[in-house]
Design a protein around this ligand. Structure first.
Ligand SMILES: C[S@@+](CC[C@H](N)C(=O)[O-])C[C@H]1O[C@@H](n2cnc3c(N)ncnc32)[C@H](O)[C@@H]1O
Length: 420
């Protein structure tokens, strides 16, 4: 008799512990949104804010897991009445069943085709081309992540793009120390025993231990069995610094359009010293992002949008286009404007243990009060020039708007849409 083929350890893990843990009944209560793959971001960063959603849109969620990005994409596309075709691919049947139930709970089954298998076999399992590919939290679990990204890149339609997430090395300080100790303590033991051993080790970590000192990761404490397993007992995972991630993206013929949140990847967000900033002046975007990563030390994931190398520089919407409409991403700009105190306003936003204070321009209140998701920059300029700042020239308005945009787009709260 032949033995059943043993599962790849990563596949076996996600059969036993689909991640993240989700209950399809919760679809009645809330939509999980996040980055990448919020459709407002996809439009802004990959389609210049100009995507006509009445046209067909074909997307792949590679390593779709329990369905967060799939459900969000399907709901956002359905809300826009887009004739979309979504493909989900994952190694794990258990994860897929949860994703299927979530899609079913929302009545969005007509949009989605589910596939089982490795993204390395994409060309046969779910052939492209795709206008958009989501690959969130997956590449870092592959034996050869570069090969995986090349496979995905080969399935992109011309003019398409991807949203990626991989682990960040610095924010995960201590995770790999604990993984190594747990291999020493319980490699090869049954899962229940490994979870018990992991919990015992966590209880005994001395205060100086790097995982214990790292308040940024908490899945081993609050994420249940699946969270603990995914963080500390993972069959295979690695983490990236910005330069390694950029090199992998480059090797696939792609380039980074933007990191999310952009301000966290900009040294000037953290530094005031003019001399230091001037010394960084000659650096390119990836080098600046790499510097910001070292400086902040708290990036535990890297989310980015990528496109073919020859179009990455022009893929995103432009903040100097009079036809562009500023769009709020889950904030109410009018309410922010009402709550702003006069003087020199700043925008405060906290991420992973650090509060950023971003400069806002003199006319912040006047501009924010007029952003309603419908008015274009040209119209907002005219309204501001008629009331708050009589005679304000377009270039002067733009100088003010750029500062406002750098802050709110920087924390991923403002995107642009250019209506057709
Ligand atoms: C951490 S989960 C992330 C799931 C989902 N993308 C999300 O962000 O919620 C990783 C998923 O990738 C899947 N996976 C790992 N390696 C894969 C491969 N080679 N091909 C397809 N899926 C894979 C796993 O089965 C698992 O469901």
């Amino acid at each position: 008799m032949s033995e059943p083929a043993s599962l790849d350890p990563v596949q076996a893990q996600y059969e036993a512990y689909p991640y993240p843990a989700r209950d399809p009944r919760d679809e009645a209560k809330r939509l999980v949104i996040g980055s990448p793959s919020d459709l407002r971001e996809v439009d802004h960063y990959l389609f210049g804010g100009k995507r006509d959603w009445s046209r067909p849109f074909r997307a792949l969620v590679a390593g779709g897991g329990t369905g967060d990005a799939l459900v969000m994409l399907a709901q956002h596309l359905a809300d826009r009445h887009c004739p979309a075709e979504l493909h989900y691919l994952d190694l794990s049947d258990a994860a897929r069943r949860i994703a299927e139930a979530r899609i079913e709970a929302r009545g969005l089954g007509r949009l989605v085709t589910f596939h089982h298998g490795s993204l390395l076999g994409l060309a046969a399992a779910a052939p492209g081309p795709y206008d958009y590919i989501d690959c969130c939290g997956v590449l870092h679990h592959l034996d050869d992540p570069r090969a995986g990204l090349r496979v995905l890149a080969a399935s992109l339609a011309p003019g398409g793009g991807m949203g990626l997430m991989v682990y960040g090395a610095l924010g995960r300080t201590g995770v790999y120390d604990a993984q190594e100790m747990l291999r020493t303590l319980a490699a090869g033991a049954p899962d229940r025993e490994r979870l018990t051993v992991a919990r015992a080790l966590i209880r005994e970590l001395p205060p100086t231990n790097r995982l214990r000192r790292n308040a940024l990761v908490g899945d081993h404490l609050a994420g249940g069995d699946a969270g603990l397993y995914d963080l500390l007992l993972h069959a295979r995972d690695r983490a990236y610094r910005v330069p390694e991630l950029a090199a992998m993206i480059d090797a696939a013929g792609l380039a980074i359009v933007a990191f999310i949140e952009p301000a966290r990847y900009e040294p000037a967000t953290y530094l005031n010293d003019r001399d230091l900033l001037e010394r960084l002046g000659p650096l390119g975007a990836v080098e600046r992002a790499a510097f910001a990563e070292l400086l902040a030390g708290n990036l535990k994931t890297h989310v980015c949008y990528v496109a073919a190398r020859d179009r990455a520089a022009t893929a995103a919407a432009r903040a100097d286009d009079p036809a562009a409409v500023p769009v709020a991403r889950d904030v109410d700009f009018a309410a922010i404007a009402r709550g702003m105190v006069s003087g020199s306003p700043v925008l405060s936003a906290s991420f992973d243990g650090l509060t950023l204070r971003l400069k806002l321009p003199r006319l912040a209140t006047a501009i924010l009060a007029r952003i309603d998701g419908k008015r274009s920059l040209g119209e907002i300029h005219r309204a501001v020039a008629e009331t708050a700042a009589p005679g304000l020239a377009w270039d002067d308005f733009l100088a003010e708007f750029r500062v406002l945009y750098a802050a709110f787009n920087g924390v991923n709260r403002m995107l642009l849409r250019v209506p057709g």
